[in-house]
Design a binder for this molecule. Sequence first.
Ligand SMILES: [Zn+2]
Length: 139
Amino acid sequence: MYSKVRVKRGALNYFRRMARKSYPKEIQVYLLGKIVSMDEIHVTDFVYTNKYFKQTTNTVVWTQEEYNKLKLRAELEGKKIVGDAHSHPDWDAVMSPTDYAGAIIESLWLCGICSIHVNRTRFRFWTPTSALPCKIIYS
Ligand SMILES: [Zn+2]
């Protein structure tokens, strides 16, 4: 399920830049989008927050207030919160046990992870139902 993710290259590159800028702290965005088919998700928006509840080198959590604003925006725009994306400073672009549990608990389909190693980034989308990363299609 959801082996393909359609996303704007510019939005992904911007996220990579923001992730490097905040290094060594993690950053997190929520992804709004639409389910295109059983096989494909279209990510339309990377939603950033100005305020984190917690932000360290290995944890990042939005405030409840910011999350509520996100939910309202999604509702108003007729979009779904399809997942999130966060950075992994000095770690790999794979889901941690915490990421996996979080995706299940929050019912998120996509978990985007951006590793940062000495200013180099790698971005991958994962889905809790597959051992392989999703294929990224740029639009
Ligand atoms: Zn993580």
